[in-house]
Design a protein around this ligand. Sequence first.
Ligand code: KG4
Ligand code: ZN
Length: 345
Amino acid sequence: MRVLGVETSCDETAVAIVEAPAEGGPGGTILANVVYSQLTEHRRFGGVVPEIAARAHLERIDGLVMDALAEARLGLADLDGIAATGGPGLIGGVLVGVMTAKALAFAHDKPFLAINHLEGHALSVRLTEDVDFPYLLLLVSGGHCQLLTVRGPGDFTRLGTTIDDAVGECFDKTAKLLGLGFPGGPAVEAAAKGGDPQRFALPRPMWRKPGCDFSFSGLKTAVRQTVEKLPAQDAQAVADLCASFQRTVGDVLADRCANALSLAPSPTLVVAGGVAANIYLRGRLETLAAAHGARLVAPPIKLCTDNGAMIAWAGIERLRLGKTDGLDFRPRPRWPLDPSTAVRV
Ligand code: KG4
Ligand code: ZN
């Protein structure tokens, strides 16, 4: 079974083709994986500009589909389905991806699969790692921070979420305040390498509170106040603050995951989403999981941030179950994984 996946919900235009046995289970082969990162378009604004993103997706998407097919040495007739991120995300970009995938599916008479971007992240670990359902998932990205039990495609129970900012957003803000550039996560991680993680005591919102919810706005404010007091041109102070910030985030994530593992015991803790690319945080979660008799599993670093392979893989998991979508599917700017939580954040 071969599925082409299109991802356009934020600032990466990405297309991939993934192959896997039709009968089910983890493990797939990435036949092509092409990404056009719009970093240079957005860098001078210090963040993603939705209108610019939508136009850039439109300019690139057809060429990237052709590139992916060429890389995989396949034609559209060789595919079993066409998947695209159907939301949540910046709606202009999602429209570009969905319309492209629908047109390909219609013209070549293939099933169309609308993938929830968060489900793409949530299932991505099974593309490369031997992980069976159910598992506990910490989903940490630029727009989300959630703990969920994952039972299968479209079958999620949310245990907790952030009541304000996402953790990736907090990394991006910290980098911006320190002039480290965009996106902030990799920049903060690199700067933290030579830093003292104990130098700055920052608040740990929700730490040791019951439940599995998160909060990051107080930490963001504390970082801003600390940056304002830092001596100018002090590279060591910047490194120390990044290391202290990262440790604080690690404390909070570990504490919340500990509660989740107690409330919904699982032999496997999965971390996914852009922030899962952070080696320090992976280490902290590995220690935490081991203390609870569980193992931490994460996708390879380059499949943590947005990519088409995770959308193609989620497409395979859905196609196996016959969960295809009609060409009347409407892109969804908001789309919770656990519908019972739709009235909340
Ligand atoms: O999953 P993703 O690519 O896009 C969303 O769906 O949001 O996540 C992007 C986020 C950004 O906030 C970025 O700064 C963060 O993931 N990120 C990292 C690292 N690499 C990317 N955060 C911490 N450490 C990293 N190495
Ligand atoms: Zn994402």
